[in-house]
Design a protein around this ligand. Structure first.
Ligand SMILES: CC(C)(COP(=O)(O)OP(=O)(O)OC[C@H]1O[C@@H](n2cnc3c(N)ncnc32)[C@H](O)[C@@H]1OP(=O)(O)O)[C@@H](O)C(=O)NCCC(=O)NCCS
Length: 374
């Protein structure tokens, strides 16, 4: 499939080559490798300069039937509803049934998103599943979802692993694929059965997470290169592997031959979260030339209500503009943003033309933000 504006690809390649060469020279000289934002001429053209945009054509989500309340948890570990609510904002979380896998949750969410977009499985060019809890080490969960939905053979399908930042990473990748003219319709899904990675004897982590899936259909549409365009206006994905021990699993296929359990130094993660998230949000707003007052709805990763309050305060986003689902969902990792986004759309809190700001941070550390117009 050939889409217009392909000529821009060459310009992007050239600027990439130049920047990579510069980075390599710095490393050879032993210079401190401090990351600086790179020029983004490709994604922020002058007003009136036509370009491809990745427009959200439909959203969908799915939550497993079983609900685990804070009181249910207090019966198995030394905790209380009061502690969990006041420290995290969580009241309950959903837990997948035995035999219900990440691909099952992802398939349900994807079907709802396709229906909302008025598209069929046959229209999909790529399936991306952001997950840390794939059904199997391989094949990719996305391939299982492709087969479940009946997305045609030959479509692209792969998983993407950036823990709680998975949906933001997926959005940047899908947006790049669309704008490069590689694909037109992308099914981007965040899906997790994160409760399967929990140590149910560790009260500092087992109370935080839940299972679920959310999906969006992204469609390539021509825009005018201005902030009035529908679609992804700017997105950034960042990482700093020096902090990987603060939030990790203690097993994996290569290291131990096991899946492992989630381990976290919560207080340390909290300390980094607000600064990193705010930094990424400020970057996307600055690149797109908008301010916090322009945002119609803030749809963050739902990790801790105190992190979200602090971030919104720091950026001057009014509390009523913050989409919160953490009380009902808990932290569903890569699924949390698309779950919150679908809830916002279906509750009428976000509609066509609204400017949305998304953010996430997770293990790695990974983090990122995206600014988009519905
Ligand atoms: C996990 C988190 C809620 C803990 O809250 P906190 O205020 O930092 O609490 P601390 O870890 O300092 O622990 C305070 C006390 O509560 C206790 N505690 C921890 N979990 C508890 C629980 N579920 N119930 C009751 N007490 C608990 C601790 O043992 C500690 O007791 P102590 O003072 O006697 O040692 C918080 O650090 C957090 O949300 N961090 C970020 C997590 C996150 O966002 N992770 C995902 C990123 S995607």
């Amino acid at each position: 499939m050939t889409l217009p504006l392909r000529g821009r690809w060459n310009a992007l390649l050239q600027s990439r080559f130049f920047l990579d060469a510069t980075a390599a020279t710095g490393a050879e000289n032993g210079a401190a490798r401090t990351w600086r934002p790179r020029p983004r001429t490709f994604s922020t053209p002058a007003d009136g300069d036509a370009m491809l945009r990745s427009v959200i054509a439909g959203t969908g989500s799915y939550l497993p039937e079983k609900v685990l309340t804070n009181d249910d948890l207090a019966a198995i570990v030394d905790t209380s509803d009061e502690w969990i609510r006041t420290r995290t904002g969580i009241r309950q979380r959903h837990v997948a049934a035995e035999g219900e896998n990440t691909s099952d949750l992802a398939t349900q969410a994807a079907e709802a998103a396709l229906q909302a977009a008025g598209l069929k499985a046959g229209d999909v060019d790529a399936v991306l599943v952001a997950t840390t809890t794939p059904d199997y080490t391989f094949p990719a969960t996305a391939c299982i979802v492709q087969a479940n939905l009946g997305v045609p053979a030959g479509a692209m399908a792969f998983d993407l692993q950036a823990v709680c930042s998975g949906f933001i990473y997926g959005l940047t990748v899908a947006d790049s694929l669309i704008r490069a003219g590689q694909v037109r319709n992308v099914l981007l899904i965040g899906a997790e059965t994160l409760t399967r990675l929990l140590d149910w004897a560790d009260r500092s982590t087992c109370v935080l997470f839940g299972d679920g899936a959310g999906a969006v259909v992204l469609r390539g549409e021509e825009g005018q290169g201005s902030n009035a365009d529908r679609g992804v206006l700017h997105a950034v994905a960042r990482a700093d592997g020096r902090y990987r021990e603060l939030l990790h699993t203690d097993g994996g296929p290569s290291a131990t031959g096991t899946v492992g359990k989630l381990r976290m130094q919560g207080r340390e993660v909290f300390r980094h979260a607000v600064a990193r998230i705010a930094e990424a949000m400020e970057e996307v707003m600055e690149q797109a030339g908008v301010s916090a007052q322009d945002i119609d709805l803030f749809v963050p990763h739902q990790a801790n209500v105190r992190i979200l309050d602090a971030t919104a305060r720091k950026l001057g986003i009014a509390p009523e503009k913050v989409m919160l689902t953490i009380a009902e969902h808990g932290n569903t990792s890569a699924a949390s943003i698309p779950l919150a986004l679908d809830a916002a759309v279906r509750q009428g809190r976000a509609g066509r033309g609204d400017l949305l700001l998304l953010e996430a941070m997770g293990g790695g550390f990974t983090w990122g933000a995206a600014l988009l117009r519905l």
